[in-house]
Design a protein around this ligand. Structure first.
Ligand SMILES: NC(=O)c1ccc[n+]([C@@H]2O[C@H](COP(=O)([O-])OP(=O)(O)OC[C@H]3O[C@@H](n4cnc5c(N)ncnc54)[C@H](OP(=O)(O)O)[C@@H]3O)[C@@H](O)[C@H]2O)c1
Length: 308
């Protein structure tokens, strides 16, 4: 073996919630360089804590990643106990199990921990004051995860899009293909974020050598926009890619006019990613660049599926 460069030790990662928008992207991207095991329903039920503990006991891992979550903010207002179990108690249990096994826990949270009254981007030091039950249960989950070990990591993400599960961008294209008029909220601001980019930002935290510090991080693409501007850029890119859209302009509507929203939404939740950029020595790219790349892929993929 003399003269052979030693390979870096392979990190064993267990991803929970591997069929979600974020979870699926993590698994696909990390499989290239790591040993990744993935669990999703029905094998995994994050709402059944004793079963979850038994399941985790069966696995050996260096990193445990939680991409599960009760993410429907309106449903969290009615399924209140389930939201507490999945968004707070389950991550708390996962964090404790990981710490007991000497493993690092990586957990995802949300911009909905903020009340959205601040006009400058939120930093990790700004006080979190959730408006609804989703944000409250996620905030309690963050605290429990971080309390279990200083090596554990919580990443707050926002407005995630990606190839594994439809999001706002897929919905607005569907609507613009079928209708002459589409609309989106013009007085709510956040940062669209590519699921694939999230996987790339977390990757430096997976290696053992020179371990990067745990704690709370904001992780979103650079820049902010309203839902209307997000939709308009989506349609502009979709037209450029070649989609035969009927609607080309996204008309403005107000958050207050959304009578079907049962949960309150924070109006302005752009997040500052300076802390993450400093630690990983890389700045998130602008959301527009990530979105255009995704839409080009989506268009080419739709042609392949259609056999063209
Ligand atoms: N998407 C966003 O814009 C956004 C914004 C801010 C924060 N986040 C955070 O990012 C993380 C990942 O979310 P995502 O965007 O990937 O959402 P997602 O696509 O809804 O993924 C969540 C996953 O959790 C699973 N899950 C829910 N309850 C479960 C249970 N009891 N047992 C097992 N699995 C369960 C879901 O499975 P089913 O599909 O079978 O229900 C789904 O696959 C979450 O922590 C979320 O709070 C997301």
């Amino acid at each position: 073996m003399v003269g052979k460069t030693p390979r870096p030790p392979v990190t064993r990662i267990l991803v929970l919630g591997s069929r979600g928008r974020v979870g699926a992207a993590l698994v696909r991207q990390w499989l290239e360089n790591h040993t990744v095991q993935a669990l999703a329903r029905p094998e995994l039920d994050a709402a059944d804590l004793p079963a979850l503990e038994r399941l985790l006991d069966r696995f050996e891992f260096d990193i445990l990643v939680n991409a599960t979550g009760l993410t429907n903010v309106d449903r969290c207002e009615s399924a209140r106990d389930e939201a507490v179990t999945v968004n707070t108690e389950a991550p708390s249990l996962m964090a404790r199990v990981a710490a007991a096994k000497g493993a690092r826990f990586i957990h995802f949270s949300t911009d909905y921990v903020f009340d959205g009254t601040q006009t400058r981007p939120y930093t990790e030091n700004d006080p979190a004051r959730p408006l609804g039950h989703y944000g409250a249960t996620k905030l309690a989950g963050e605290a429990a995860a971080l309390a279990a070990s200083s090596r554990h990591l919580v990443l707050r993400v926002s407005w995630v899009f990606g190839p594994d599960k439809p999001s706002f961008v897929d919905m607005i294209i569907e609507r613009a293909l079928a209708n002459d008029r589409v609309e989106a909220i013009a007085d709510k601001t956040s940062s669209p974020t590519a699921a694939e980019d999230i996987a790339g930002w977390v990757e430096p935290f997976l290696t053992d050598s020179n371990e990067l510090p745990g704690g709370l991080y904001h992780a979103c693409n650079a820049g902010g926009c309203t839902w209307q501007a997000y939709g308009q850029y989506t349609l502009d890119c979709a037209l450029k890619a070649g989609w035969p859209l009927r609607a080309r302009t996204v008309e403005p509507i107000a958050l207050a006019d959304m009578n079907n929203f049962s949960a309150p939404r924070p109006p302005h939740t752009v997040m500052d990613t300076t802390k993450l950029s400093t630690v990983i020595e890389r700045s998130p790219r602008p959301w527009q660049e990530a979105l255009e790349e995704f839409l080009l892929w989506k268009f080419r993929n739709s042609l392949k599926v259609a056999g063209q």
